[in-house]
Design a protein around this ligand. Structure first.
Ligand SMILES: Cc1cc2nc3c(=O)[nH]c(=O)nc-3n(C[C@H](O)[C@H](O)[C@H](O)COP(=O)(O)OP(=O)(O)OC[C@H]3O[C@@H](n4cnc5c(N)ncnc54)[C@H](O)[C@@H]3O)c2cc1C
Length: 426
């Protein structure tokens, strides 16, 4: 046992990215006393599933982000480095940071996640609001609120589309954001603003497929569509956006929608780092991996989460969701421990716990294992419970629970501060 401990403790592991996958890996390795360097460009970990609640003023940024150093404080062998990894020297086994620092490793785990993909739509990168990072969410919130301030100052601007909000993409993020915006306008802005008729504010979802929530079962898709309709959201199915300008979008059908706000929730691609590595990638930029999640030709390097094209039981790449990242991070860490003990690695098997999306107050859909489908209040309660459970730290759970209870009872949402927020580069 002592020999095993000392072998594990001299083995140096670099984990790039402290998201769902990287943090899980660092925690597993840290629990075994392995020396880990955990690198991330931010000093915090974001809980992306609740980002839309920052954008719609339901929660505070501090409710969904947690400092990485605090998360791994219980593991003395885990060192945290804030820095941007620019490349990885796969032959020399070192991660190279943008400031020139080099982090040598015996094993490494790449978990850099994904970023917004604009599919080359003209004007999208320049004028659309992405919703991928905490900064994106805070920037969008400031913009939405300032649209109302500008409309209050000059109500004539409402006719130019100032209070029309177009969401591109009807997946879970698009649906959740649309439902939350509709509620924000109905319940909160209506009380805050006096000179404008806030019922003129409109939310439009544009979805290329013939249904919303394409990853869900047909009954859940229908329920989401009906609920959004009931809440006044306009949904354009089978339609795509062909260009975006600061004051309008043009659809493939030729329709033009006047809007000062286009929110892009349509697609993700692997983060920029893999593009700089000499590795095989899928068209979406995800790195091709072996069944045990190691990089072909580099058994010391594992790739997990959104950035990896790990195959599911049907052979197709796993969805870019939190669970595949968490399970992948845990698996990679365990394989590194196995290798330090001289044992062969095992293939990764993903366990699918289902899909959930909320559409607003007492409205959600959940497709769970064994064909269990929930919708309405019960699905919403299940959604609230699970999201609380996955938040890191007791204090944060309590904070979010209190905020949700207050929002629900008082019909008065969280911080509606308009503060300047700079755009963050990918
Ligand atoms: C708005 C939104 C809502 C979502 N909702 C859900 C949901 O409800 N349920 C669900 O299951 N999934 C959801 N997802 C998807 C889920 O968040 C991702 O699948 C998950 O975060 C992937 O985990 P990961 O570890 O691969 O990457 P991430 O969690 O994204 O972590 C990647 C980390 O790498 C860091 N990084 C990237 N590049 C570098 C670099 N070059 N140098 C240093 N650090 C770097 C980043 O800062 C980040 O901290 C949502 C995503 C978004 C954007």
């Amino acid at each position: 046992v002592r020999l095993r401990r000392s072998l594990e403790s001299v083995h140096k592991v670099v984990v790039v990215g402290a998201g769902f996958g990287g943090l899980k890996a660092a925690n597993v390795l840290g629990s075994s006393g392995v020396e880990v360097t955990l690198v991330d460009r931010h000093n915090y970990k974001t809980f992306q599933p609740l980002l839309y609640q920052i954008a719609t003023a339901g929660l505070d940024p501090g409710d969904v982000a947690h400092t990485i150093r605090r998360i791994v404080r219980e593991h003395p062998s885990v060192e945290v480095v804030q820095g941007d990894v620019e490349s990885v020297d796969l032959t020399g086994c070192a991660a190279v940071l943008a400031d020139g620092r080099s982090l040598p490793y015996d094993s490494a785990i790449l978990a850099t996640g994904a970023t917004t993909h604009y599919f080359g739509v003209p004007g999208a990168r320049e004028h659309a609001f992405p919703l991928y990072t905490l900064t994106d969410a805070m920037r969008l919130r400031a913009h939405v609120l300032s649209c109302f301030e500008r409309a209050e100052a000059d109500p004539g601007l409402v006719a130019t589309g100032l209070l029309r909000f177009v969401l591109v993409g009807g997946g879970a993020t698009g649906v959740e954001t649309a439902g939350a915006l509709a509620e924000l306008f109905d319940m909160v802005m209506a009380g805050d603003f006096r000179r404008i008729d806030t019922s003129q504010a409109e939310v439009v979802v544009v979805e290329a497929l013939e249904s919303l929530l394409s990853a869900f079962s047909p009954p859940s898709r229908r329920h989401a569509l009906e609920t959004l309709h009931d809440r006044g959201v306009a949904v354009r199915l089978g339609e795509t956006v062909s260009s975006i300008a600061p004051d309008h979008v043009i659809l493939r059908s030729g329709d033009r929608i006047e809007t000062a706000t286009t929110i892009w929730t349509a697609g993700v691609q692997a983060a920029s780092l893999p593009g700089r590595l000499d590795v095989d990638r899928t068209p979406a930029g995800r790195i091709v991996v072996n069944p045990d999640l190691s990089l072909p030709g580099h058994p010391e390097m594992f790739v997990v989460g959104d950035v990896a094209a790990a195959g599911g039981s049907d052979g197709r790449p796993l969805p870019q969701l939190a669970q595949p990242a968490i399970q992948g991070g845990r698996h990679a860490a365990r394989q590194i421990l196995r290798r330090t003990r001289g044992e062969p690695t095992r293939p990764f098997r993903y366990r699918n716990f289902g899909n959930m999306a909320t559409i607003g107050r007492r409205a959600a859909v959940a497709d769970l294992p064994f064909g269990i489908r929930l919708r309405g209040t019960i699905a919403w309660l299940a959604w609230l419970f699970l999201h609380l459970l996955y938040l890191i730290g007791f204090r944060r759970r309590l904070q979010v629970l209190a905020a949700w209870a207050w929002n629900y009872v008082a019909w008065d949402w969280g911080p509606r501060l308009v503060t300047p927020v700079e755009r963050e580069d990918d």
